[in-house]
Write a new protein. Structure first.
Length: 435
C-alpha cells in the first residue's frame, strides 16, 4: 500500500459528497462511520458549506435546556450545548436555590471593543503618542467612515488610547481604538477600522505598523451577575446549611490563594458560560480566552490569577455570590445569524440585545460555579457525575438499550465506574439470559 498524502489540491472546489468519499477512502471508514457525518433534518448542507472550508458534515453537541432561571425579574429557559454530564442539571438546581431570593441580578457595560495597532521603529515614542492623541477626532472620524451602518445604529469608534510598551524585541507603540460594537461581536468592524487607520498612525508616529487586529481582552465590555443563596436551602443529608456556607467559603479561599485550584474553579464557570455561547453561535474560544486572561489581568498585586467569582456571607448567614468577566457576544453576523439552531436558541432565550445575552451568560456562569462548589464542599463532585458517566460507559461498552439501566445500576452499586467493568457486567448479564 502506498503512503497516503494529506496534500490535496482544490478540495474546497469539490462537493460535500465528494469530500466525504475522499476521507472515507483515505481513512478506511466504514459506511456507518461515514453516515455519522450526515446532516440531520432542519440543517441545510449549503448553509453549513458556506460557514467554513472543506465541509464534510456536522458534529452535533448534546443540546439541553436549563430551567428555573430568573434574571432581572424575568424567567428564562437557557439552551446549553455541552458534552459533559451534570452541567445542565447543576445549573438548573443552582437557579432554583437563587430563585428563592428573587433570582439573579445582572448588568453589562456598553459593548465597547478594543482594536490594536502595533507600531514599531518609532524614534520618539512620547512625542508620537501626543501627536496621535492630538489627531484623535480626525482619526475617529476616519474610522467611523469605514462602517456608517454601525454608526447609524448608535455605535462606532469612541476613543483612542496610546500605550508605550517595552518588549523582548524593544519598545513598541500600541494604539487602542475603542469601538462600540452595539449588538455585534465586533471583530469585522474593529479589524476594518484598524486596517484603515494603520498607515496614518504609522505616519504620525514616524514608524511602521505591523499587527492591526481586535483584542479578545474586552475589559470595557463586562458582564456582572449577583445572587443570594439562602442558608436554610443549602443543607444536605451530610451537612447543615451554615456548614455548607462555610465549606463553600473555604473552597473559594483556596481558589483565591492557589492558581492550581483557581484554574479548575474558573473552568467550572466556563462550563456554564461556554455552553450558552456555543448554543447561540458565538465565538466560545474568544470568550474563554478573554475570561482566563481577565482573571490574570485583574489579579491583585502578588497574585498570579484570581477567581472570576467572589463569595461572602451576609448578616443573615446567607451565601452571596457575584461574577464579573468580559463578554464579547453578538446577535448580528457570524453563525448566530446563519445557523438555524443558533437562531432558534436565541429566540428561545428571548433576548433582543447583545447586552441581554451577556447578562444571561454571566448569571449562568455564577450558577454553574455555585453548584460545583456546593457539590465539592459536601458530597464530592463524583457523586453528581456518577450515574450519567456510568450510562455513557455502558453505552460505549456495547450495552443494548434494554441493558443500559441494569448495567448502570451495577456500576453505581459497586462504585466501579470503569469501561472494563462495564464490559464485564454486560457479559455477566447476557450469560444469565433475558430477564
Amino acid at each position: 500500500m502506498s503512503e497516503r498524502s494529506s496534500e490535496i489540491s482544490g478540495l474546497y472546489r469539490r462537493t460535500i459528497e465528494e469530500r466525504r468519499e475522499l476521507v472515507r477512502e483515505w481513512a478506511g471508514l466504514t459506511e456507518a462511520e461515514v453516515r455519522s457525518y450526515e446532516f440531520p433534518p432542519g440543517i441545510d448542507p449549503a448553509t453549513i458549506d458556506r460557514m467554513i472550508e472543506n465541509v464534510i458534515g456536522v458534529y452535533p453537541f448534546p443540546l439541553g435546556v436549563a430551567t428555573n432561571f430568573r434574571i432581572n425579574g424575568q424567567d428564562r429557559l437557557i439552551p446549553m450545548a455541552i458534552e459533559e454530564p451534570s452541567v445542565v442539571a447543576a445549573a438548573s438546581n443552582a437557579a432554583k436555590v437563587a430563585r428563592a431570593t428573587g433570582g439573579f441580578r445582572a448588568s453589562a457595560t456598553a459593548p465597547v471593543m478594543i482594536g490594536q495597532v502595533q507600531i514599531l521603529d518609532v524614534p520618539d515614542p512620547a512625542a508620537a503618542r501626543l501627536r496621535i492623541l492630538d489627531e484623535r477626532d480626525r482619526l475617529l472620524e476616519a474610522a467611523n467612515a469605514k462602517d456608517p451602518v454601525l454608526v447609524k445604529f448608535g455605535g462606532g469608534a469612541r476613543d483612542l488610547e496610546v500605550r508605550l510598551l517595552q518588549t523582548p524585541r524593544g519598545s513598541m507603540l500600541i494604539v487602542h481604538l475603542l469601538v462600540d460594537a452595539r449588538d455585534a461581536g465586533g471583530m469585522n468592524a474593529v479589524n476594518t477600522m484598524c486596517e484603515a487607520l494603520a498607515p496614518e498612525l504609522a505616519r504620525l508616529a514616524g514608524g511602521r505598523s505591523v499587527l492591526r487586529i481586535i483584542s479578545n481582552l474586552a475589559v470595557h465590555r463586562l458582564a456582572r451577575a449577583r445572587a443570594t443563596f439562602r442558608v436554610d436551602l443549602l443543607a444536605t443529608d451530610r451537612a447543615t446549611g451554615p456548614e455548607v456556607v462555610e465549606a463553600i467559603l473555604d473552597a473559594y479561599a483556596l481558589a483565591v490563594a492557589d492558581p492550581y485550584r483557581c484554574a479548575t474553579h474558573n473552568k467550572g464557570i466556563m462550563n456554564g458560560i461556554s455552553s450558552v455561547v456555543i448554543a447561540t453561535g458565538n465565538d466560545y474560544r474568544a470568550i474563554e480566552s478573554g475570561a482566563h486572561t481577565y482573571a490574570a489581568w485583574s489579579a491583585e498585586e502578588g497574585a498570579v490569577v484570581r477567581p472570576l467569582t467572589t463569595y461572602e456571607k451576609d448578616a443573615a448567614g446567607n451565601l452571596v455570590g457575584s461574577i464579573e468577566l468580559p463578554t464579547a457576544l453578538g446577535l448580528i453576523g457570524g453563525a448566530t445569524a446563519v445557523h438555524p439552531t443558533a437562531k432558534a436558541n436565541v429566540k428561545l432565550l428571548g433576548v433582543k440585545t447583545a447586552r441581554e445575552l451577556a447578562e444571561i451568560v454571566a448569571a449562568v456562569g455564577l450558577a454553574q460555579n455555585f453548584a460545583a462548589l456546593r457539590a465539592l464542599a459536601t458530597e464530592g463532585i463524583q457523586r453528581g457525575h456518577m450515574e450519567l458517566h456510568a450510562r455513557n460507559l455502558a453505552t460505549s461498552a456495547g450495552a443494548r438499550p434494554d441493558e443500559v439501566d441494569r448495567v448502570v445500576a451495577r456500576l453505581v452499586q459497586e462504585h466501579a465506574i470503569r469501561f472494563d467493568r462495564a464490559k464485564e457486567v454486560i457479559e455477566e448479564l447476557r450469560a444469565l439470559g433475558p430477564r
